[in-house]
Design a protein around this ligand. Structure first.
Ligand code: SAM
Length: 192
């Protein structure tokens, strides 16, 4: 397209479009304004399930509003950190999730001091791999350009590099000819 190559989040969406089917069960680990939650909810359809998480109440309310406006009934938006996802997704779904999406950093247009943090991000992405079904997909949009983002990126780089190749495939999609710290898309596929 004349819009150039996909952004980090657009890459995540393209991968989700490729892999998700009606009836699938997914997590949006960072609901924000609910754009990704709605996108996922529409891909998995009324027979599917979406659990979305955010620590900010305004984000939770806005995501719920967006879903209701679109007539979506397959999604729950949970006011809790993604590091608690195991406690909020019913046990019968553990190990059965088809995809989990993270869009890190702060919510554009809101309080920029509310960001994801390295320790809880690492805890959550580790839990996410455990909750995924075989052949399930994890995507993480990472923003190294903001305060704390560089540390988070370095931690994810070490974490992903240590994933066992017999259990996971891990890839990184990032611009390579820009001087700033551009957003990047990390992808982990759990072997089937
Ligand atoms: N996916 C969102 C959308 O479509 O609008 C954008 C997400 S925004 C880049 C990152 C979000 O992560 C913020 O809304 C922030 O409140 C949230 N966040 C920060 N720490 C979190 C945590 N521990 N668990 C879940 N969400 C968290």
């Amino acid at each position: 397209s004349n819009g150039g190559l996909p952004s980090a989040v657009r890459w995540a969406h393209l991968l989700m479009e490729d892999r998700l089917r009606p009836g699938h069960a997914v997590i949006d680990a960072t609901a924000g304004n609910g754009h990704d939650t709605l996108f996922l909810a529409q891909l998995v359809g009324p027979e599917g399930h979406v659990w979305a998480f955010d620590v900010q109440e305004p984000a939770v309310l806005e995501s719920r509003r967006r879903l209701a406006e679109a007539g979506v009934t397959n999604s729950s938006v949970i006011h809790s950190g993604h590091e608690t996802m195991r406690d909020h997704v019913p046990a019968e779904w553990h190990g059965k999730l088809n995809a989990i999406m993270f869009n890190l950093g702060y919510l554009p247009g809101s309080d920029k001091s509310i960001i994801t943090h390295t320790a809880t991000t690492l805890q959550a992405i580790t839990t996410a791999l455990e909750l995924l079904a075989p052949s399930g997909l994890l995507t993480i949009a990472v923003y190294p350009g903001h305060d704390g983002g560089t540390q988070e990126q370095q931690a994810i780089t070490e974490w992903a590099g240590a994933l066992h190749p017999r259990q996971f495939e891990a890839q990184l999609i990032r611009p390579i000819n820009r001087s700033a710290s551009p957003p990047e898309c990390w992808v982990v596929w759990k072997r089937g």
